[in-house]
Design a protein around this ligand. Structure first.
Ligand code: TMO
Length: 317
């Protein structure tokens, strides 16, 4: 940016105090608000719900399919405007790295508690009664063995971009398991449904809030408790010389992130975004509309907004 344009910009800001304060005179840019879409249902439905609220205010919105880790760099650079679901377990590290570089900030925090980790449906406990303890799971590894994993137990992880470091965890805790990554969230539910038919023991990656908890009662595996730095600092966690020797946060946050340029470019939409806050049951319901009821995410978002006006209308008024 040249010196002249920097001065012009500063003057524009000085002359437009109302715009800066977010009062009615602030006009949102007609450029589309780019909302990134990932590969699990609640995020897709929530993105469309918030996008449809913005469209109802007269904004234009563009949905772009984006890698769920790279998105924080994209937002920092202004290529995407916001992220509606920053899960602490999966994305805390990428979000923090982007925060440190600058250009992105926390715009809100859902009234939700999240957990993402190894999980099993309750019938699995019959074959491995010491669950949910991780050492009991490890002692039962043979129960989860498949031709694909030989003598080792099979752990079905999520798509690789969720970057759960399951293989690192297996190594750090010396577990008798092999990690197999599912190609999609839908592949996790398909395997779970298949295992349910004859109550085959199975351990997969799962999370809450999610529709799955209403369909398949189950439990998360209890690993050594997450402590900040367990993923980066070998001294943190039970093994003083290893990283990833711990579980994921059991009471993780779910935040909303935004590009630093958003408040100035789309002040009205940003003011709404700051008020957005969904609860565990609301988020689980958004996923259910797609994963159980089979709706398209756009239609699920519209249906959710129609059924829940009392939740979101006050954010817009
Ligand atoms: C990122 N996820 C919510 C699927 O764990």
């Amino acid at each position: 940016m040249t010196r002249t344009s920097r001065v012009t910009r500063a003057m524009t800001l000085a002359l437009a105090p109302f715009a800066v304060a977010g009062i009615a005179s602030a006009e949102d840019s007609s450029d589309p608000i780019v909302i990134p879409i990932h590969n699990w249902s609640s995020q897709i439905v929530m993105s469309h719900a918030i996008g449809q609220i913005f469209e109802g205010m007269g904004n234009s919105v563009e949905y772009v399919s984006t890698d769920s880790q790279a998105v924080y760099e994209a937002i920092r650079l202004g290529d995407a405007a916001l992220e509606v679901e920053v899960w602490e377990g999966a994305f805390g590290a990428s979000f923090n790295a982007a925060l440190e570089k600058g250009g992105i900030h926390e715009a809100g925090n859902h009234n939700a508690i999240t957990r993402e980790d190894w999980w099993y449906p309750l019938w699995t406990k019959e074959a491995c009664p010491g669950l949910p303890d991780w050492e009991a799971l490890n002692a039962c590894a043979a129960v989860f063995a498949t031709p694909e994993t030989g003598e080792k137990g099979r752990f079905l992880g999520g798509p690789v971009d969720w970057l759960k470091h399951d293989a690192e965890k297996v190594e750090a805790l010396e577990m008798n398991f092999t990690v197999v990554n599912a190609g999609s969230a839908a592949a996790l539910w398909a395997e779970l449904a298949a295992a349910e038919k004859d109550k085959t023991p199975i351990v997969i990656f799962n999370w809450t809030p999610n529709f799955a908890e209403a369909v398949w009662p189950g439990e998360f595996v209890d690993f050594p408790k997450w402590e900040a730095g367990c993923d980066t600092d070998p001294t943190v966690g039970p093994h003083p010389d290893r990283t990833y020797d711990c579980g994921n946060p059991a009471d993780g946050y779910l935040k909303i992130a935004a590009w630093d340029g958003m408040p100035e470019k789309w002040p009205a939409a940003y003011a709404v975004l700051q008020k957005v806050s969904f609860t565990n049951p609301q988020i689980a319901e958004m996923a259910k509309l797609v994963d159980v009821d089979g709706m398209e995410p756009e239609d699920a978002a519209t249906a959710w907004l129609e059924a829940n006006e009392a939740v979101w209308k006050p954010w817009v008024e």
